[in-house]
Design a protein around this ligand. Structure first.
Ligand SMILES: O=C(O)CCC(=O)C(=O)O
Ligand SMILES: [Fe+2]
Length: 156
């Protein structure tokens, strides 16, 4: 696959950042409002977190694993548009946030996605007879609309 394959997809990319404050929690982990299990919508998300853990990712065995803060490092999550584009070669990271740190927590997720006018269509090298195309072709904007109108609580 040519290394400039995705250049056209990111001429006018979607990019957004949130600053999230998780107050110190008195409530138990089950009663508190964090962020419920979800996958992010765009291509990938780069998360900066302070020193207080809370972010957890679901591993392939179905266990929640802490994404412990590492000084000067980012967490990178694969998100849904990239999963569709690679026909599940890369799978979105299911994640959630529960602030059990006993302190307030800040995080800054940066969401990076394709131009909304571009068609989400699996790259040819990710499709074969054994691994046929899994997702209907639609533009990133159509998919965004679909997700926004079918939003489940906690989806990003
Ligand atoms: O706070 C975090 O570490 C992650 C936030 C998150 O998953 C999101 O905003 O989609
Ligand atoms: Fe997220």
């Amino acid at each position: 696959m040519p290394e400039d394959y995705f250049d056209d997809y990111v001429k006018h990319p979607e990019a957004g950042m949130r600053i999230i404050h998780y107050p110190q929690q008195e409530a138990s982990a089950v009663d508190q409002n964090g962020i419920g299990a979800h996958t992010d919508f765009e291509c990938f998300t780069i998360v900066t977190q302070d020193g207080n853990d809370g972010l957890e990712v679901l591993n392939k065995d179905g266990y929640w694993v802490k994404a412990k803060p590492v000084p000067d490092a980012f967490v990178v999550n694969i998100a849904d548009c990239f999963m569709r584009q690679t026909n599940d070669f890369f799978v979105s990271t299911v994640h959630r946030v529960i602030n059990k740190s006993g302190r307030e927590r800040y995080s800054l997720p940066f969401f990076f996605g394709f131009d909304r006018s571009k068609r989400l269509e699996a790259v040819p090298s990710c499709v074969s007879d054994e691994n046929p195309m899994k997702y209907p072709i639609m533009t990133s904007g159509e998919y965004y609309h679909y997700r926004a109108t079918n939003a489940k609580a906690g989806s990003s």
